[in-house]
Write a protein that binds this ligand. Structure first.
Ligand code: NAI
Ligand code: F6P
Length: 381
């Protein structure tokens, strides 16, 4: 079996590409970084360093790479594979859509009617469905109908912490990852036979898993990043070692957890254990995870379906307390980083239009009392 994976970055190499290769699948990476592409084609393998209580390096083999900007190469590949995965970042999915639309049409025009499945592995709710909608913007109704028959868009939840690491001169493609990993896909959305991939779990209740991951791990991680930055530390593991930060992170995950428990009927004891396990993962002494990496792109993180506002809306819906989530929103609005275009845009917008306008524009919140609360906290700290 052959797969095309877009994004040879941390998750691409350290998680999804590895699982595919471990399952005997020939993986072609498509990226826009020429150095990365050359290294993959030169070495044809790389090490994944798995760090935790013990450490080991596992080799990923049977790989090659193409440039994602090389339309002909991508379209040719799309004709040959039965699986496409992505780990490029949510914003890049929109940019990939026209290329994928062309590639899928070329596949059908060549009369290749073998089912093909596409799985977006991004930190977002229903990323593959989002990608499908973006691809469909480039197709006629008749073409959409044809694609519906043969191409599956399979939503997924991905969980493994893979921070960037200093390059190993002997293996420039090496990535460092934590032991924990979870890749859960919606089994109801596949076309044809579901591929057997070690480590890919199937569910018919994906939304619960996506929200559990995004609104626990990612929500807590973000709070840890912002509080760590305020405290002047560089790494997540340093931030979580500070007791008041540990408590605030835990309390925020407990707040969003109450919503998840109500919405999905999770067992409260098991959910508390899930939170404890995440706190331990943040403290992993072998991972150097930058607070600015975890805090990056605040506009995306303040959007209505992301890790702060969606759980906050849940607390409003179920009439639950939300002081820590409010603090999280305030810290995201206050996040300043001149190397992060979204942080720059956000601070300029606030300077020109005021905090309430920013909350309405970026978070799309409508509850006036919550907006007032956020604005008040914003000006206090
Ligand atoms: N790093 C992590 O621990 C985790 C990341 N994620 C998600 O995985 C996705 C990828 O994250 P990372 O791997 O950390 O980012 P990354 O920045 O390490 O990798 C992204 C890769 O995509 C490539 N890329 C950008 N535009 C492209 C295009 N048009 N075509 C092909 N490739 C393109 C970049 O050159 C880069 O190699 C994001 O959605 C992130 O939220 C999810 C779980 C864990
Ligand atoms: O990749 P994003 O969405 O910017 O957010 C960073 C988050 O993603 C992760 O890399 C993995 O889930 C977390 O470490 C962190 O919470």
């Amino acid at each position: 079996m052959n797969a095309l994976h877009f994004g040879a970055g941390n998750i691409g190499r350290g998680f999804i590409g590895k699982l595919l290769a471990d399952s005997g699948i020939q993986v072609t990476f498509a990226d826009i970084n020429p150095t990365q592409i050359n290294h993959i084609n030169q070495y044809r393998q790389y090490g994944v360093k798995i760090v935790g209580e013990s450490s080991r390096i596992e080799q990923v083999k049977n790989i090659d790479a193409i440039n994602s900007n090389d339309e002909r190469a991508v379209c040719e590949k799309i004709q040959q594979v039965t699986l496409i995965t992505t780990a490029v970042g949510p914003n890049v999915l929109t940019l990939l859509a026209p290329l994928l639309a062309k590639g899928l049409l070329a596949r059908l025009a060549a009369n290749n009617l073998e089912p093909l499945n596409i799985i977006a592995c991004e930190n977002m709710v229903r990323g593959s469905s989002f990608l499908k909608a973006k691809i469909f913007e480039h197709l006629t109704l008749a073409q959409q109908h044809q694609i519906e028959q043969y191409i599956g868009f399979v939503d997924s939840a991905v969980d493994r912490i893979v921070p960037p690491t200093d390059a190993n001169p002997d293996d420039p493609l090496e990535v460092t990852v934590e032991e924990f990993s979870e890749w859960i896909v919606d089994k109801t959305q596949f076309k044809g036979t579901i591929p057997a991939i070690q480590g890919m779990e199937l569910t018919d209740n994906l939304l619960a898993f996506v929200e559990r991951k995004l609104f626990t791990l990612n929500t807590g991680h973000l709070i840890c990043a912002y509080l760590g930055k305020k405290a002047g530390v560089n790494w997540i593991k340093e931030a979580i070692a500070i007791e008041p930060i540990y408590q605030a992170v835990k309390a925020t995950m407990a707040e969003s957890g109450e919503v998840l428990i109500k919405r999905y009927n999770f067992d409260p004891t098991l959910h508390a254990a899930y939170i404890e396990k995440i706190l331990k993962r943040f403290a992993n002494p072998y991972l150097n995870d930058d607070v600015d990496r975890v805090g990056r792109e605040p506009i995306r993180k303040l959007s209505p379906n992301d890790r702060l506002i969606k759980p906050l809306l849940g607390t409003i819906e179920f009439n639950l307390p939300h002081p820590h989530l409010i603090e999280g929103v305030v810290m995201a609005l206050q996040y300043r980083n001149t190397s992060d275009p979204q942080a720059v845009e956000l601070s300029e917008f606030i300077a020109n239009n005021g905090i309430e306008a920013a909350v309405k524009t970026y978070c799309q919140l409508e509850d006036e009392s919550v907006i007032t609360q956020i604005a008040a906290r914003y000006s206090q700290c």
